[in-house]
Design a protein around this ligand. Structure first.
Ligand code: ISE
Length: 298
């Protein structure tokens, strides 16, 4: 069976997903592409499984509306494109944490660095567009909920558009008391670099860097740093779509990140933006109780 897919939004990631669905994934065919034509978008989306690129929404209010519409429909239709859950390294980390090999998690140290961002990237996007990946993957890795956030700003890099606060440090606390520090630096210049280390009572587990040949030349020994998210997470995007298409082909509900996860992430990013705009206040995250409709956290 070939799953026919309508793509709404043909921007940069939309185009990359069309390529993936057409050239990489078997069992899928892109049969409609639409961009800003609302009537067409509604027709394409009506009653069908929806893969929504992250974020689900940029505010908690909008995320809640999507979730409530899905619940009113009575069946899970939405999968949100938090593709880190499909990355082999993060999956290994999850297995290690679940096995208990490093003991109860206590602290997580993360960094999310992009070489540069365009002028259109504004300070709120550091949470909404960039840190939202860690927010989702950490909720999933730790099987825990984020309960507060504080955003502080170190000395700003000179290599940024002047309207942007960059870098930013985000400090999260979870319901179980785990402390997470996340450096987001979107003009780091040197490459696309994702780091994550979870420290537990008995040891630590660290996300591997992507496999790359070691080069010794000109008196140095090193490996290349990926240039962008496409090369760093290309395999994760492929796995994400392969598993999504398989669930649709089997007539099953999607098992990846749900609109509940999308909504929870927007509540946390709203709180992060509020903290940033208030000069670093600690903001309590107020997520509604998880509806039984979404089952237990995976
Ligand atoms: C972009 O939208 C992504 O999803 C990338 O993974 C992230 O690193 C980047 O900051 C975002 O703008």
């Amino acid at each position: 069976m070939t799953v026919q897919i309508g793509v709404i939004g043909a921007g940069m990631i939309g185009q990359d997903h069309i390529r993936r669905l057409t050239e990489v994934i078997t069992g899928a065919a892109v049969t409609a592409v639409t961009d800003i034509d609302r009537a067409r978008a509604t027709e394409v989306a009506s009653g069908k499984p929806v893969f929504c690129e992250k974020p689900l929404a940029t505010t908690a209010e909008d995320g809640l509306r999507v979730m409530e519409a899905e619940r009113a429909h009575g069946r899970r239709l939405v999968q949100v494109g938090f593709m880190r859950r499909f990355d082999a390294g993060y999956r290994q980390m999850k297995d290690v944490l679940t096995s208990g090999a490093v003991g109860t998690p206590l602290m997580v140290h993360c960094a999310h660095r992009n070489p540069t961002v365009p002028d259109s990237y504004v300070s709120a996007m550091t949470a909404q567009d960039t840190a939202v990946h860690e927010i989702d993957v950490l909720r999933w890795l730790l099987d825990d909920e984020i309960s507060s956030v504080q955003v502080i700003t170190p000395r700003a890099t000179g290599k940024r558009f002047s309207h942007l606060k960059d870098p930013q440090i985000m400090l999260f606390e979870t319901a179980n008391g785990v402390r997470i520090d996340l450096e987001v630096f979107v003009n780091c210049q040197y490459g696309y670099d994702i780091q994550c280390e979870t420290v537990g009572e008995d040891g630590l587990v660290r996300l591997p860097d992507p496999a790359a040949v070691g080069i010794r030349a000109a008196g140095l020994h090193g490996t290349a740093v990926p240039r962008d998210w496409k090369s760093r997470f290309g395999d994760a995007f492929d796995t994400e779509f392969r598993e999504w298409i398989a669930s649709i082909a089997a007539g099953a509900e999607p098992t990846g990140p749900s609109s509940w996860d999308g909504y929870a992430a927007t509540v946390i990013t709203d709180a992060a933006v509020q903290s940033l705009e208030s000069g670093g206040r600690i903001i309590t995250v107020d997520i509604k109780p998880r509806p039984a409709f979404y089952g237990a956290a995976s």
